[in-house]
Design a protein around this ligand. Structure first.
Ligand SMILES: Cc1cc2nc3c(=O)[nH]c(=O)nc-3n(C[C@H](O)[C@H](O)[C@H](O)COP(=O)(O)OP(=O)(O)OC[C@H]3O[C@@H](n4cnc5c(N)ncnc54)[C@H](O)[C@@H]3O)c2cc1C
Length: 399
């Protein structure tokens, strides 16, 4: 593959960079612009969304005909990375999780009618969405074949009973994608549905308190006690729930990586600025080899992450599922953002531990990266299984 960006993608990247630098970072620097859950306050977000739209920096994952930029994945990478130089960036440009993954999957698998009703308002930025899959024990978590939430058919209606948790954004989402069991078939036992927050038959049991800052709408526990979903709001075919998850989660894992690389670079940027200024024992910190080793190692890890992400993006653009490439990128980048935040805090000393920079925010946020959308161990299991099947072909180039 050729890593040279197309001129139009490079100029878009520079526009994102400029937007973040001039409009978002100044706002991020003032804690009075944060909401109670340490995200950008909604009244501050709306004008920035309007600005991003005005500058053509809106919904990079969505079709042009619906108001997006319809970029190939290799062009998402620099866009998302620049966007997440600020902790507030992606949500200002409508490319934050979980809306980002939900828009991508709905624009791929939804019927035209479903897209008009369920996708268009998310692309417009009028509403938010959620993806409800994970369940508490004994339901499905790492292993989706354990999903227990049941969808039972009565003529043209599906009745839902079950329990989900850690559903990001649920407290403020209007449109939900739900994964539920429609049979006991091992591969074809799950199906996907759409529902609106105002439908009766479900409720939020609680917003789960977490260690890090929260997406708008938090991470919620949901109870389904008779939600009725009309057949026209079922996605794909009956039994295609796992397939939909694959279509959604592959690119969604990769866009997480793209954003996390932006945050990792920001940590390195803050730490470097500090050690370039700070002196101790008669020497500038940046001139110490022990400090340079830390900076160099981080730059090296970020570079590896970018290569893994680009390789997977290139394969996805070519129509491949890129399963092992995405798993490799997810493991590496999830660990790199943790290392970047930890190194950043360490190099900035007491200041790193304070709220004077976003390092402590990223430090607390980063820990989820090794759990969400497949824990490290699960992705390593996928790699081991693939290697056992492919042998030395595991490392073949090409599609
Ligand atoms: C902040 C946050 C946001 C989330 N948002 C959403 C959301 O929007 N929608 C949604 O549906 N879910 C969401 N989740 C859930 C997330 O996807 C799951 O937490 C994840 O898939 C792991 O499932 P689990 O928590 O049930 O862990 P479990 O399956 O109980 O696993 C626990 C641990 O066991 C280990 N483990 C598991 N399997 C293996 C294995 N095969 N080999 C070795 N070790 C293993 C891993 O260390 C793992 O962390 C979110 C979670 C968090 C923390």
């Amino acid at each position: 593959m050729d890593f040279t960006p197309l001129p139009e993608h490079e100029s878009l990247r520079l526009k994102v960079r400029d937007f973040i630098e001039r409009q978002v970072l100044p706002l991020e620097a003032d804690r009075s612009n944060y909401d109670a859950h340490e995200n950008i306050a909604l009244d501050k977000l709306e004008p920035l969304k309007a600005e991003a739209k005005k500058h053509g920096l809106w919904a990079p994952q969505s079709p042009v005909s619906r108001g997006g930029l319809d970029l190939p994945l290799v062009a998402w990478a620099p866009f998302y990375e620049e966007a997440n130089r600020s902790i507030f960036g992606p949500v200002c440009m409508n490319c934050a999780a979980p809306d980002d993954g939900n828009m991508r999957v709905l624009s791929r698998v939804g019927t035209a009618k479903q897209q008009d009703q369920w996708l268009q308002p998310i692309i417009n930025g009028d509403i938010r969405s959620a993806f409800a899959m994970t369940e508490p024990h004994p339901g499905g978590g790492s292993d989706p074949t354990m999903i227990q939430t049941m969808a039972t058919r009565h003529n043209d209606t599906w009745k839902i009973h079950g329990h989900k948790w850690f559903i990001t954004g649920a407290a403020e989402a209007s449109h939900f994608i739900l994964i539920a069991r429609t049979s006991n078939d091992k591969r074809k036992g799950l199906s996907a549905f759409l529902f609106h927050k105002d439908q009766p038959g479900w409720h939020i049991k609680r917003r789960i308190p977490i260690m890090g800052p929260e997406e708008h709408g938090g991470h919620c526990e949901l109870i389904f006690d008779g939600l009725e979903i009309h057949e026209e709001n079922r996605l794909m075919e009956i039994g295609d729930g796992l397939k939909l998850c694959q279509i959604r989660l592959g690119p969604a894992r990769l866009t997480h990586c793209m954003r996390w690389l932006g945050l990792a670079k920001r940590c390195l940027e803050i730490a470097t600025k500090y050690v370039e200024e700070r002196e101790g024992f008669g020497v500038k910190l940046a001139d110490r080899e022990s400090i340079q080793l830390k900076l160099g190692e981080l730059a090296h890890d970020i570079h590896i992450g970018r290569l893994l992400v680009m390789h997977a993006a290139w394969k996805l653009d070519a129509g491949d599922y890129a399963r092992k490439e995405i798993s490799s990128a997810k493991i590496h980048v999830a660990n790199t953002i943790n290392k970047a935040a930890d190194t950043g805090v360490q190099l900035c000393g007491a200041k790193g531990y304070s709220k004077d920079t976003v390092l402590e925010w990223v430090y607390r946020y980063a820990r989820q990266a090794r759990l969400v959308d497949g824990a490290d161990e699960v992705h390593k299991m996928v790699l081991a299984q693939t290697y056992r099947k492919e042998g030395n072909d595991f490392w073949r180039w090409g599609i």
